[in-house]
Design a protein around this ligand. Structure first.
Ligand code: FE2
Length: 245
């Protein structure tokens, strides 16, 4: 059995073992500020309650499908995963900066400006960010998968995954924490130092947008802090493990 199929089997086992788990959460911190939530909360993910025009974005995504490129396929670690940069070094520079080692700046790509104008306007004018690195459309084909991996050594909430479509039978599972409850229009801020894997066992494409952005926008920070206190305080109010500081 080759390395790729071993990795696939391990990933399948991890998903089966953890898909029905609930996230392991630290005690609620009544003094939590933005930096603590991002870097010290150890939350595996946090929903961002921000409205997303999924119908508009989906109709534009359909027009960029000819530009999708295979994303990060070094050793068969995924199948059917394709990507397109809305914002980045170029529409097809879908990997992290270190991979390219060049001075190209991150900009709105020409192909996105031409084919995804309402999506570009949304991220420019409505989504709370002062600046972006990569914003990518990510498609996972029917039967596609992303084998288990971790994207960072350090625990921290970093990339934002916005679900544009989410077929039933497509699961994004974090080891020890469970299935991220994506549905169309829901956005989650992720700690991808946790090992994770994705399987699309449906017969439809799954479309997400991944955003890497600067996190200094005041509305972004206020949204995160307010949401943390409203959701996690409530969730743990009656929990025996509740330990407000
Ligand atoms: Fe990842």
């Amino acid at each position: 059995m080759g390395n790729a199929s071993v990795l696939l089997n391990v990933s399948r086992r991890i998903v089966e073992r953890f898909q029905d788990c609930s996230p392991m959460l630290s005690a609620y911190n009544s003094a939590a500020d933005f930096d603590w939530i991002q870097h010290q909360s150890k939350l595996p993910w946090m929903e961002l309650p921000i409205q997303v025009p999924t119908d508009d974005i989906y109709s534009e995504i359909i027009s960029i499908t000819p530009y999708l490129v295979d994303h990060r396929d070094d050793y068969g670690e995924h199948h059917g995963w394709k990507s397109f940069c809305i914002h980045g070094k170029s529409y097809d520079a879908t990997r992290e900066d270190l991979h390219y080692q060049d001075a190209r700046p991150h900009v709105w790509t020409m192909e996105a400006v031409k084919h995804m104008p309402r999506t570009v306007e949304f991220f420019k004018d409505q989504w709370p960010a002062s600046s972006y690195q990569r914003i990518r459309v990510m498609s996972l084909a029917p039967g596609g998968y992303i084998t288990v991996h971790s994207d960072s050594q350090h625990s921290s909430l970093q990339p934002i995954n916005i679900s544009i479509t989410q077929p039933d039978q497509c699961r994004f599972v974090m080891e020890k924490h469970g299935t991220i409850p994506f549905s169309p229009g829901r956005s989650f801020w992720l700690d991808v130092s946790n090992r994770h894997a994705v399987f699309n066992d449906s017969d439809q494409y799954r479309w997400h947008i991944i955003v890497h952005q600067k996190c200094d926008h005041p509305i972004f920070q206020r949204t995160v802090v307010e949401h943390y206190h409203s959701v996690y305080n409530t969730k743990h109010a009656t929990s025996p493990t509740n330990n407000p500081r």
